[in-house]
Design a protein around this ligand. Structure first.
Ligand code: PHE
Length: 337
């Protein structure tokens, strides 16, 4: 019996072919129903008890040898291509298409990065806000026409969709002691007609700095630094006197339009400048409303629309594109630009 194993082993070692039919014939002669190796397995019961262990071991090795030899010859002959499927069943059915970051997110991160370099932290708050945080604490007296400046979506008499993220700053002032240096990015809502320059939903980053001896020139310096970091060294800013209930004095800040290089285009309404910011010194009433000693502390605040900044930065002429989620538009930002 052991002789048979040795003979078959030699046959396996000696066998060589690249013809797939011959290899298959060989496989049948060895491992098929009437194959020599299969035959030895059926004869196993006739092996004397004391040899069974050794015989079984050798027989299994023989089977393995035959199988791996056949596999090896098959793969060399290329016959595996015809007998095995070439389909990779582990592949996903559809190629995975990776999305890209939305330009608003990209610009928001950039703004955060720029202000964090001069010590600003990030604070966030609710989008559904009460009257106190969105208006009253910010020095909008009840029934005051200044509330019309920001057409509001009211939920009920008390609650509204926040019209600016200044509401978050009220929350920070109520809960923290100066020095406070924070920016609040987030989504805001206004009941405005949708056009190339305005939308009923948009994004803001508002900033607040409160400490002893904070002055208007600190504000100007911070904003100029921001404009240059965002739009390049050559960027100019211009401040125009303005009015906000929560700041005094107040200003609006324009940056030179880099869509038309300040020559005038329909985005900058042929002025060469684009308004990006409202700002001013925090009104003492606001500080007192939030429990901050206005004799001791002063502060500045500013607020900007992220869409405006993104339009300037990427030369986008219609603000509505940011909300349509047309992949042809969004795909252009997949390198993070
Ligand atoms: N909250 C103002 C707005 O929504 C912007 C602003 C913030 C202006 C801070 C002055 C100071 O338009």
């Amino acid at each position: 019996m052991f002789d048979k194993i040795s003979t078959i082993k030699e046959q396996i070692v000696d066998f060589n072919s690249s013809d797939s039919n011959e290899i298959e014939k060989f496989r049948i002669s060895m491992l098929g129903k009437k194959g020599s190796i299969t035959d030895l397995f059926t004869q196993f019961r006739n092996v004397p008890a004391e040899d069974k262990k050794e015989f079984g071991k050798q027989l299994n090795l023989l089977k393995k040898l035959a199988s791996s030899k056949i596999e090896e010859l098959k793969s060399n002959s290329g016959s595996n291509k015809s007998t095995q499927s070439t389909i990779d069943f582990s592949m996903t059915a559809q190629p995975t298409v990776l999305g890209s970051r939305h330009p608003i997110s990209i610009v928001k991160e950039q703004i955060i990065e720029i202000f964090s370099q001069i010590g600003f932290t990030v604070s966030e708050g609710p989008e559904i806000e009460d009257d106190w945080h969105n208006f009253t604490a910010l020095n909008f007296p009840e029934e005051h026409p200044a509330r019309d400046m920001q057409d509001t979506f009211f939920i009920n008499k008390e609650m509204a969709l926040r019209t600016h993220t200044s509401s978050v700053q009220v929350r920070v002032m109520e809960n923290e002691e100066p020095p406070i240096r924070t920016i609040s990015p987030g989504r805001v809502y206004r009941n405005e007609a949708i056009s190339a320059r305005a939308h009923c939903i948009f994004h803001q980053v508002e900033g607040l700095y409160i400490d002893e001896n904070v002055s208007f020139s600190d504000l100007k310096q911070a904003l100029l630094y921001f404009a240059k970091e965002m739009f390049g060294e050559k960027t100019k800013i211009r401040l125009r006197p303005s009015y906000f209930p929560f700041t005094e004095p107040s200003a609006e800040v324009d940056v030179s339009c880099n869509i038309c290089n300040s020559k005038g285009c329909n985005v900058c309404k042929y002025t060469g400048y684009l308004e990006i910011l409202g700002c001013g010194m925090v009104d003492p009433n606001v500080l007192e409303n939030c429990g901050i000693d206005s004799e001791k502390y002063t502060g500045y605040a500013f607020g900007m629309g992220i869409e405006r900044i993104a339009m300037l930065k990427y030369g986008v002429k219609d603000l509505r594109l940011f909300f349509e989620n047309d992949v042809r538009f969004l795909k252009q930002f997949d390198k993070g630009i």
